[in-house]
Design a protein around this ligand. Structure first.
Ligand code: GUN
Ligand code: FE
Length: 423
């Protein structure tokens, strides 16, 4: 089925420049972009045209790192750094997800909020609990949004309420992998060791084996906090650096891999990420709130390491990837000043590219309006903000900086219009 969308089209094929088509057309067939046009070719004249007039049509936002069970803690508990923050605020909240009723209630609220903010694809951590993790997948399926959902694995250094027996941890993970293997499903499982300090070598080895056996994606945390990095050295004394500890267990790019934070990654770690095609997830608000530091994102861009943005709720206090674009640019300016202007700050098109085509690449051909890309899109009604003769890039920039979900008129995933979840 062919559909044609008309409006002001903006996307980034390359990171250094916006593609802009004023009053243009996107031709979509079976959920995939056929092409974009200034003038609609004759052959398409008979198809239905959905005319969004002066509104902006942009790719959907991709959130590549988020913790669904930390939703209750959004916007609070800001007074500790990583390890005490986990022990005092995060683990007690995640323990509540043993109760499926609580999980069901909170996960529905969470997914509604993801929808609201204009995120069309997301990679989330659930908790160690199998039943609640499956429920989160079901809620995402009902929403029509795209998601990788990770049942978390932890068998050391956490409270008894979350501590897993190694055999059971692997069995539960395997049960989920066996349930959800359709390659083109919008909601899929992902291998999720919480981070090195939560897993002993046996568990890490088994998880790496599962990733390879099932050829399934992996996500975790990397080099977020200096104390954490020291701890990893002690826990995995044979590893040369943090990322090397994952690599030894086939959890660092052996299958497609996301690593959140990378605030303190050494050159060696960056080189291994580059060689293994590991995607770095920049979580700027989280790094500020948990007092971790600022990721030098320019180094990753210069090395062509795959990059994306993450809200990292509830270390991060906002689910909006538009706001992550703003924070990422602001943080990059701190790096610029602190490096004597050596590490250049992010341009708007670079940050937009990272949020759309960068992060989208983890889900397949997602995040752009080039030929064959899945049509994930947002229709932005910025008329309230457009009270003078702003050009299209100025309008986009103003929406990103000062707009919010009230300006998001519609959301599309794979060509389907996704309305507000009714659950
Ligand atoms: N490292 C291990 N677990 C977490 C978490 O839940 N949030 C953040 N920001 N870092 C982590
Ligand atoms: Fe995190």
């Amino acid at each position: 089925m062919t559909k044609i969308y008309k409006g002001n089209i903006i996307f980034t094929k390359n990171k250094n420049k916006f593609e802009i088509i004023k009053n243009g057309f996107i031709v979509v067939n079976n959920g995939k972009v056929v092409n974009v046009f200034n003038k609609l070719p004759k052959e398409y004249m008979d198809n239905e045209i959905i005319d969004y007039k002066d509104k902006l049509i942009i790719p959907g936002m991709n959130d590549l790192h988020c913790h669904a069970p930390q939703f209750r803690n959004l916007g609070m508990a800001m007074d500790k750094e990583l390890i005490p923050w986990l022990n005092d605020y995060t683990f007690p909240e995640e323990s509540k997800y043993a109760d499926i009723k609580y999980a069901d209630k909170m996960y529905k609220k969470f997914v509604k909020e993801v929808w609201k903010k204009g995120t069309t694809r997301i990679a989330v951590f659930a908790t160690v609990h199998k039943e609640a993790s499956i429920r989160l997948m079901d809620i995402f399926k009902a929403s029509g949004l795209g998601a990788f959902v990770g049942k978390v694995n932890m068998n050391i250094n956490c409270p008894d309420s979350l501590l897993e027996n190694t055999k059971k941890s692997i069995e539960d993970t395997k049960d989920i992998l066996n349930m959800n293997l359709s390659k083109d499903s919008l909601v899929k499982p992902i291998i999720t060791p919480r981070f090195i300090p939560s897993c002993d070598s046996e568990l890490l080895r088994e998880l790496g084996n599962l990733a390879l056996e099932y050829n399934v994606e992996t996500q975790s945390h990397l080099s977020e906090n200096l104390g954490e990095i020291e701890w990893v050295k002690n826990l995995q004394p044979d590893s040369r650096f943090y990322g090397d500890a994952y690599d030894k267990f086939n959890l660092f790019g052996q299958t497609k891999t996301l690593m959140a934070h990378c605030v303190y990654s050494s050159d060696e770690e960056l080189n291994l990420m580059k060689n293994n095609n590991v995607m770095a997830v920049h979580c700027p608000t989280s790094n500020l709130n948990v007092g971790s530091g600022v990721m030098p994102i320019r180094k990753f861009l210069d090395k062509n390491i795959p990059l994306s943005l993450g809200s990292d709720v509830s270390g991060g206090h906002d689910l909006s990837i538009f706001k992550m674009i703003v924070y990422a640019i602001q943080c990059s300016k701190l790096c610029w000043v602190n490096s004597n202007k050596e590490l250049d700050f992010l341009s708007l098109s670079e940050a937009f590219y990272i949020a759309t085509k960068g992060g989208g690449s983890f889900f397949g051909k997602v995040g752009s309006f080039e030929k064959d890309y899945e049509f994930d899109a947002l229709i932005i009604d910025d008329s309230e903000l457009n009270h003078d003769n702003y050009n299209l890039i100025e309008r986009l920039e103003r929406f990103i900086y000062i707009g919010d979900d009230r300006h998001i008129l519609h959301r599309y995933v794979r060509g389907n219009k996704i309305d507000e979840p009714t659950f």
